[in-house]
Write a protein that binds this ligand. Structure first.
Ligand code: SAM
Ligand code: SF4
Length: 312
């Protein structure tokens, strides 16, 4: 379905939990998040029902996110339910990778097509610092497990932070030379805990890697390759280059609120709705999708929630 600005909305980002196994400084509060009563969070059946209704409204691609989707009880049932919906052409999942050694194979069998794995540093000490106690080794094993389970086209999400990982840009980019993966450098957004780290423009990637050459685009990313390299480098620039005009996505939070735009506090409750009432609410949300964010002028997001409560 097209929104009021003629953007074709085909992509649903579905958050399945706001809990996480890590506590990245730019995403989660230091004290973590209180565990909510499970009745406050959509059940597996509700999530599948909402996705089915979104597909009826034109969605073709679904990404499961969180919090950390792999800590959600019933995650495999959610994957099986969503991937079985006629009209879902691609089911992706964004994860911190920690639980992939146990879950990569089952996720593949449950119908997940592609993985995005988030990793902001290749140094164990920095990883432990930024995630407040995580082990880099777990994510690296997770990446290997994903490849062993047959996942291809895996993307690595790297949030750029000045004074933290800017010196590692060449090492990350080099992974795209050596492996058939896309390394996506993402600009830090001023959402919630995002103030705990310092912004760095994605242009820094091009300055640090003069060998990169422009490649064919993909969605909201500007893409580059090293001549002869096996993978690609993507730049996701919500701050430097607004891509709101090409936005094709809506989001649903784990507590069942439709967010037409990540950076707006506009939310439509979907829980309790069924059938045509649910489809009508989703259509209303799509129709009301804001034109874009104003972070370049205001320096802050109006999301009204932290990233782990929305889903990146
Ligand atoms: N736990 C999973 C993970 O880390 O991949 C999925 C949820 S996480 C919120 C999704 C993505 O959002 C991650 O790549 C994370 O680095 C990114 N993210 C979180 N806070 C952000 C911020 N303030 N600005 C930019 N990206 C952010
Ligand atoms: Fe958890 Fe992902 Fe947020 Fe890190 S970025 S705290 S892994 S939800």
């Amino acid at each position: 379905m097209r929104d009021s600005r003629a953007r074709d909305i085909t992509y649903l980002r579905l958050s399945v939990t706001d809990l996480c196994s890590l506590r990245c400084r730019y995403c989660m509060p230091a004290e973590g998040v209180p565990k909510r009563d499970h009745r406050d969070i959509c059940s597996v059946e509700e999530l599948v029902e909402i996705t089915r209704a979104a597909v009826d409204c034109g969605v073709r691609k679904v990404r499961l996110t969180g919090g950390e989707p792999l800590v959600r009880r019933g995650i495999l049932d959610i994957c099986r339910g969503v991937s079985a919906i006629p009209g879902v052409e691609e089911l992706c999942l964004t994860t911190n990778g920690v639980a992939l050694p146990q879950l990569a194979g089952p996720l593949r069998e449950a119908g997940v097509d592609r993985l995005n794995v988030s990793l902001d540093t290749l140094r164990p000490d920095r990883f432990a610092y930024m995630t407040r106690g995580g082990r880099l080794e777990d994510v690296l094993r997770g990446l290997e497990a994903g490849a062993a389970a047959g996942f291809t086209g895996t993307k690595l999400n790297v949030v750029l932070m000045k004074g933290f990982n800017d010196g590692e840009i060449p090492a990350f980019a080099d992974l795209a030379r050596r492996y058939p993966i896309e390394v996506r450098f993402i600009e830090l957004m001023p959402i919630g805990e995002g103030k705990n780290a310092e912004f760095l423009s994605a242009e820094a990637v091009l300055a640090a890697c003069p060998g990169l050459r422009p490649a064919e685009g993909s969605g909201v990313a500007r893409r580059y390759r090293f001549p002869g390299g096996r993978g690609a480098v993507g730049l996701i620039e919500p701050m430097s280059h607004r891509f709101c005009g090409d936005c094709d996505r809506i989001r649903v939070t784990a507590d069942g609120k439709l967010k037409p735009c990540l950076h707006s506090d506009q939310e439509l409750p979907l829980r309790g709705l069924r059938g045509e009432a649910l489809r009508r609410a989703i259509r209303e949300g799509i129709a009301a999708k804001p034109e874009g964010h104003r972070m370049d002028q205001t320096g802050r997001s109006e999301a009204g929630r932290n990233m782990h409560q929305i889903g990146g």
